[in-house]
Ligand binder design. Structure first.
Ligand code: PLP
Length: 361
């Protein structure tokens, strides 16, 4: 703040460089949200009106909205019941002559089956945009999430594993895509426009496309860049909490997150329980209220996409057509998993959860 410059500038460039190094990717372009990054990625890979994009039925609405904003048509597929990730078999079934891209979401930080998805994309000549909002630390077969597709998009929203308040980053190995995203993120002004933020002197710019106002501020980048050095220790702390939960809930009538495969790394973004009212003393919504009464915040990530009225109206999607996503959406609850939780906080969460889920036993 003392530099007197809060907008886009040298801190953003530094943050981009640090993220590109961390992810091992050629280009990282900072934007003001992951949603903006997904939107620009859809445009930059060349999606056109009428093109179909395969998206999972279990994700945050932003994944779907970005496709719609780009003028393309989202096509929903159900997820795998264990991983909550897009089911490659369902993807195969939904491919048509109009399919141009797929957007895998590494749900909760668990890597999608990228071997299968990359093979499908290769066979059908599809673009891949990875929604890495949960997947900063995610790896699959030794490779970082966000580097398998044409683009990968991170979120630095307030609840994510690196936080700038609002913020996002597009990763790509393609210099043309990187240049187009950078241009579209700043009004569609030619690259020279960015030089206005540097000390190299004035140059005229030209507006070459009708772009957007999606650039990140130095203020945000300055908050984010110092967290990269703490990513690993925070991940280790979340692993401790995760393991403590796993042990503490092993006898409860709930479904815990499935173990992740040995050749992958889970980003441990969300720790979710599935609460089935047939087996538990309370249903999911009642569990949330009971924890709230005990001053413990929880989240629902997410109700299935087809429960929302706007998508039912626009696309005719119905929850019963995506039964696995719908079942997850009705029973899932995310417990606190911040690295900043103290041991006492974690024990409070465990005690409350056990109390509510063993009531009457
Ligand atoms: C948070 C989130 C987004 C949107 O991120 P913003 O930075 O808030 O735009 C997109 N997809 C998923 C899966 C998310 O969880």
């Amino acid at each position: 703040m003392r530099t007197g410059w809060l907008g886009t500038g040298p801190k953003v460039a530094e943050f981009e460089k640090l993220i590109a190094e961390y992810k091992g990717v050629k280009h990282a372009i900072a934007v003001n949200s992951c949603t903006a990054g997904l939107h620009l990625s859809c445009l930059a890979v060349g999606l056109q009106p009428g093109d179909e994009v395969v998206v999972p039925a279990m994700t945050f609405c932003a994944t779907i909205n970005a496709v719609i904003h780009a003028g393309a048509t989202p096509v929903l597929v159900d997820v795998e019941p264990q991983t909550f990730n897009m089911d490659p078999e369902q993807v195969r079934q939904k491919i048509t002559a109009k399919t141009k891209a797929i957007i895998p979401v590494h749900f909760a930080g668990r890597a999608c089956n990228m071997d299968e998805l990359v093979a499908i994309a290769h066979t059908h000549d599809l673009k891949i945009i990875e929604d890495c909002a949960h997947a900063i630390e995610t790896e699959y077969h030794g490779r970082k999430a966000g580097t398998f597709g044409d683009c990968g998009v991170l979120s630095f929203y307030s609840t994510k594993n690196i936080v700038t308040g609002e913020g996002g980053m597009v990763l790509t190995g393609d210099s043309d895509i990187a240049a187009r995203i950078k241009m579209l993120a700043l009004h569609g002004m030619s690259q020279d426009a960015w030089k206005r933020f540097a000390d190299t002197g004035y140059k005229h710019y030209e507006v070459v496309e009708v772009g957007y106002k999606y650039n990140m501020m130095d203020l945000q980048a300055a908050i984010g860049m110092h967290q990269i050095g703490r990513v690993e220790s925070y991940w280790q702390r979340r692993l401790e909490i995760w393991e403590r939960y796993t042990e503490a809930f092993s006898d409860l009538p709930v479904t815990q997150p499935a173990p992740w495969s040995a050749d992958s790394r889970h980003a441990l973004h969300l720790y979710t329980l599935l609460i089935d009212p047939e087996h538990s003393p309370v249903g999911r919504d009642e569990f949330i209220m009971e924890l709230h009464r005990r001053k413990i915040g929880t989240g629902v990530h997410y109700r299935a996409i087809p429960v929302h009225p706007v998508y039912q109206q626009q696309f005719g999607w119905m929850p019963e057509d995506y039964p696995r996503a719908d079942a997850i959406g009705q029973s899932t609850v995310s417990l606190p998993l911040s690295a900043r939780l103290s041991d006492a906080d974690v024990e409070d969460v465990i005690a409350a959860t056990r109390e509510v889920l063993t009531a009457g036993r």
